[in-house]
Design a protein around this ligand. Structure first.
Ligand code: NAD
Length: 428
């Protein structure tokens, strides 16, 4: 498995857990050194234990040397990043570099599987790159990954479906064998052509992003008419045609996938002279939603100059340390440029946040520390530990008891009783 990020490390550990011998390759020597010592460079629940067990049983090893890993392997997964390029398209540089390196190291038939999120046509590009470098036989397979950070192992072990784009029977058989242990509960393995498999991923994320933006707009209308988005969401979601997932209002989507995948989807449609209009709206709603809390604060205080704001939650969602495109970043930047000072806490993302904000904000040791002397508290990520705080303690620590809750963790009536001025999303 090439690339030991959120996807590659989880995939490698899970394939090892089902009995395979797995070599995880990364060109970041610091990461590999950590992994070899049994340390996990990212936070993902359950991953450390899974990696430790499979390392101990010698089914899972780590290296920076791709060539040897390729020679020793029958199936090679490419799970490196596909970041957003300058024009919004997925940057395939890392995928194609790895494909080239794999080709140069091949010593016989190999199945090369693209697990990174890529636009349609990438398997063909990978095939071309490899063909140029080797005369050994090979198959290229497209196998998009649908796991979500925070529940990645559960998702990988018990997927809703496995999508495999493979056109030759030998590769199909190997992939079926590899995934069989994960689909015993009845989840389907969907075998299809490479183009369809490639196209399965971007629209899946774009649809989820659409639901988020849609519900944020519903929440904004709720505020205008005095309705409560919580009741509205339940009423919408209980209709089977709509379903309950991804109908939560909040501060907009973030993370390493939705923003870039929505962009990439738009881009490759545009390259074929198709304007994907809905996604323009999805993006502009999302951008606006990320300004929601600082907008509420400016309205409440008039000016934020000299105010101290406590921030709970920095990661783009709970159960991860990932801060890529997190709503906390534009919020904190807006607060700082309005002259406020920020004291922030996150259970897992502090190390990454320090790299982003340095000494421009104060890093608190826990949630209570973050509200000490604060004029307001902003709740940005809905970590479980923020759900049942000691409100009396918070009130006594704050300079003024005002909460801006971007995740609707509390009931407005309860907050009023507790003596807070309380702002939330989609509730008057
Ligand atoms: P990541 O940035 O966490 O990890 C990528 C890893 O690849 C890094 O460790 C990096 O050092 C390594 N790498 C880059 N170039 C390399 C090279 N030439 N040789 C060896 N290693 C190299 O990324 P991620 O979040 O794991 O995502 C990987 C892919 O999976 C992306 O295409 C992403 O869109 C997709 N994806 C991500 C998720 C998710 O939740 N993170 C879910 C589904 C799909």
């Amino acid at each position: 498995v090439v690339g030991t990020g959120y996807v590659g490390l989880v995939a490698g550990a899970c394939f090892a857990e089902s009995g395979n011998d797995v070599v995880c390759v990364d060109n970041n020597p610091t990461k590999v050194r950590l992994l070899r010592r049994g340390k996990i460079p990212i936070y993902e629940p359950g991953l450390e234990e899974l990696v430790r067990r499979n390392r101990t049983e010698q089914r899972l090893t780590f290296t920076t040397t791709l060539a040897k890993a390729v020679r020793d392997s029958a199936v090679i997964f490419i799970a490196v990043g596909t970041p957003q390029g300058e024009d919004g398209s997925a940057d395939l540089k890392h995928v194609l570099d790895v494909a080239r390196e794999i080709a140069r190291a091949m010593n016989g038939y190999k199945v090369i599987v693209d697990k990174s999120t890529v636009p349609v046509g990438t398997s063909e590009k990978v095939r071309e790159v490899i063909r140029r470098e080797t005369t050994h036989p090979f198959s290229v397979v497209s196998n998009p990954e649908f796991l979500k950070q925070g529940a990645a192992i559960e998702d990988f072990m018990k997927p809703d479906r496995v999508v495999i784009g493979a056109e030759d029977p030998r590769a199909q058989a190997l992939m079926l064998e590899l995934y069989e242990p994960f689909t015993r509960t009845g989840a389907p393995i969907m075998m299809m052509d490479c183009a369809s498999a490639e196209l399965a991923k971007h629209p899946a994320n774009a649809m989820l992003a659409t639901r988020i933006s849609f519900m944020n707009e519903v929440a904004n209308v709720c505020e205008l008419v005095g309705a409560d988005v919580h009741h509205v969401r339940k009423a919408i979601g209980s209709d089977k045609r709509n379903g309950n997932s991804f109908l939560f209002r909040g501060l907009g989507y973030g993370g390493s996938c939705f923003p870039k995948d929505v962009q990439a989807m738009k881009r490759f449609a545009a390259d074929r002279e198709y304007e994907f209009k809905i996604l323009d709206a999805v993006e502009s709603v999302n951008k606006l939603q990320k300004t929601k809390l600082d907008g509420q604060m400016k309205k409440h205080f008039g000016s934020l100059k000299g105010k101290t704001i406590g921030v709970w939650g920095l990661a783009f969602k709970p159960r991860t340390d990932d801060m890529r495109e997190a709503p906390s970043i534009p919020l904190i930047e807006a607060l700082l440029s309005a002259g406020a000072s920020v004291q922030a806490f996150d259970p897992e993302a502090m190390r990454i946040a320090k790299g982003i904000f340095g000494s421009r904000i104060t890093f608190a040791t826990n949630g209570y520390d973050a509200v000490k002397g604060a004029d307001a508290l902003a709740i940005v990520t809905e970590w479980n530990e923020f759900r049942r705080p000691d409100f009396g303690r918070i009130r006594s620590l704050m300079r003024s008891p005002v909460i801006f809750d971007g995740r609707n963790l509390f009931a407005p009536a309860q907050m009023k009783q507790n003596g807070f001025t309380y702002y939330s999303i989609g509730r008057s």
